[in-house]
Design a binder for this molecule. Sequence first.
Ligand SMILES: [Zn+2]
Length: 628
Amino acid sequence: MNSYYTSNRQPLPETAFAFLPLGSVKPSGWLRKQLLIQAHSLTGNLPKFYDWLGPNSGWLGGDGESWEGGPYYMDGLVPLAYLLEDKELLAEVEKWLGWMISSQDETGRFGPKPLTDWWPYGITLKVLTQYQEATGDPRVIPLMERFLAYMRRELPASHLQSWAVYRWADTVLGIIWLYNRNGDPTLLELARELMHQGYNWSRHFLDFAYTQKQGLAYPHPTHVVNNAMAVKTPAVAYELTLWEEHKQAAWKCMEMLDKYHGTAAGVFTGDEHYAGKDPVQGTELCSVVEYMFSLENLMQVFGDPAFGDRLEKITYNALPATFSADMWTHQYDQQANQVLCTVDKRAWTNNGDDSNIFGLEPNYRCCTYNMHQGWPKFAANLWMATDDDGLAAVAYGPCSVNAKVRGGKEITIDVDTNYPFEETIRMTVRTSSPAQFPIRLRIPAWANGATIAVNGEPAILSQPKDVEPGTFATVERVWNDGDAIVLTFPMAIEVERRFHDSVTVKRGPLVYSLKIGERWEKLGGEEPHANYAVYPTTPWNYGLAIDPENPQAKVVIKDVGDVVYGPDTSPIEIKVKGRRIPEWTMVSNSAGPLPQSPVQSSEPLEELTLIPYGCAKLRITEFPLLSE
Ligand SMILES: [Zn+2]
């Protein structure tokens, strides 16, 4: 158990790591610039022009939006504001949190008067816990205690309904957070009652029955966002029960989602229900950010480095892919093979025709509310605290962590890198006097030949003995001010076989897609948050000439600029060879049925440019493999 950061109390099990309080990790370098792009676009501006989050919001005391919108927005606003320490965003936080906290009545209930659904309260608890960690505001814990006592009184007569049945784990996360601070055993009774009224996601994944694209009926258990949220639910159920079944399910859920609905970018299809593995099926933005949050929780509970690998894959690929580079517009559904974004019929399970355009609220406005949590929570959770009073780097990006380590000493580690666009991560320890503590460094499973150097010498590991991909390497020593750690993660080009034996090119945490010329056409709305269709201006129907077992390609490293995730600002390119496949054409406004590989083509061999999936707003990611 960590001596300085709140860990599970008995009878809850010990977790692998403890979360650091919001604000302990601050983004730097390109990651900070990415958060600034978010702050200067929708997160910082929605309340100024978007009625659903405007002054009339029910979550600000008005008679407007009174359901999940306000809480979703706050769930991303709060971490973004405290990570950037931005005055305007902090004032926005005070406005929303101030009203929410002051709205509690004598029964313990808070929030908009018309709200009768338990589900949005699960989000408000996530908001309140982050806010309390960042500010220490003394009103938060008593508010949560009074509210959860109210919930415990009401729940026997007012059961979970609809979304709340499937999303109960989010409320339980808030309950566990509070229990670990006040030790009130009635909180665990409430948590178990919620679990019993809620859906059993562990059985859902252990006996997985949804192996096909869904048609006709669209029940909650196949809903894409419910599933992305559910990825953490077995871990939460395990914390409450210590049942081995729940622990197994924590890995089984990702295995099942990958096997039957997985995409090249590490997420799964759902448009907005399970849609199978065809790369023209869609993945909703809400499910991207919820999957990330689930992985951050899985990492904290179980500490499997594979969760960090997946978290980086989703964050560095699927998340930026579904936004314009300026983050003013987003899609509802992204496709791995996405060659046209227009208001037209596509083979979605049940989403609307505008689901893949870039706009303010395509298809439905949930993503406009919920998108904000993705980047800031990722940045906030790059480091966690270990049970032996050290620190663990669970994911990588430029940042600075300030935290207490063994002996109560406060230290800082600066992480300087352009990762995932470079293979080297440089860390510098800052301490006022020598300090002995362990640093755990996640070695990605793909990083064959990874090395760790401390002050220019190969690091001596406490465990395992050697630097092994897919493990945490522990370096424990007396750290002096200025000690330098250099991680090198060689990024070999890899080919993954996918739908219809197609090929996807990967390198390190990044997935690569064909760079397609893009023509953005305004459909309506007001700049800069207007709606846009995107048309291809260059061909996309290529097969790749590449040896999947021994892929060779030229890697072109460029500068990392102020805007990373745009098609023309890509910091890295991969050059491969391919030929057009004339019979592979557009069908139903998407790339037509993916030809079964291998495929023959007598078209000329061309050099093709691949860019990171997240940079390419039009893309082919799963390519037919040429037979040559
Ligand atoms: Zn959504």
